[in-house]
Design a protein around this ligand. Structure first.
Ligand code: THU
Length: 163
């Protein structure tokens, strides 16, 4: 038996350690929480995607009385990117969350389904994505979606070497 290990690197940043573009994107994600529709969880999530043409596309969580019909902020933003800017790469995605009183102290991290969609957005854009996870105490910067989703499922398994 061979033991293996995956090591995942990420950065914990103070606001002044973010670039101007990153700071702007985090502010857009915080602003996006205002359009959240979260009457059930009262947890408002905002996401902002920076495209390679400089456009920013936002998304927020949209809940529904039939709970599984709702949508997370990250996927709302990325599906909007695909719908409105099909040919553009997503360079960075910022995520923030508000509990009705305050933004979260610690960074919010995306759910598994959103990670899978982020991974495919990175593949379609052919551009490593920087993920900025906002918390009032600090921002986590993760470069590359595979760091958030090791052992990912990939379409290469279906259309790749087996053919
Ligand atoms: N939510 C997101 O928008 N993004 C995530 O990555 C996880 C959770 C939303 C779904 C639901 O509307 C609320 O947060 C509480 O789970």
């Amino acid at each position: 038996m061979e033991k293996k290990r995956i090591v995942i690197g990420y950065e914990q940043c103070k606001p002044e350690e973010l670039t101007a573009d990153e700071l702007r994107l985090v502010e857009s994600a915080k602003m996006a929480t205002k359009s959240s529709y979260a009457p059930y969880s009262h947890f408002s999530v905002g996401a902002a995607a920076l495209l390679d043409n400089g456009e920013t596309v936002i998304g927020s969580n949209q809940e529904n009385a039939a709970y599984p019909s709702g949508m997370c902020a990250e996927r709302a933003a990325l599906f909007a990117c695909g719908s409105q800017f099909a040919d553009r790469a997503v360079k960075a995605l910022a995520i923030a969350a508000h509990d009705g009183k305050n933004f979260t102290d610690r960074p919010i991290t995306p759910c598994g389904a959103c990670r899978q969609v982020m991974l495919e957005a990175e593949a379609w854009g052919k551009h490593e994505m920087t993920i900025l996870l906002f918390g009032k105490q600090f921002v986590w910067r993760v470069v590359g979606v595979t760091k958030l989703l090791p052992f990912t499922f990939s379409s290469d398994f279906i259309v790749g070497e087996n053919e």
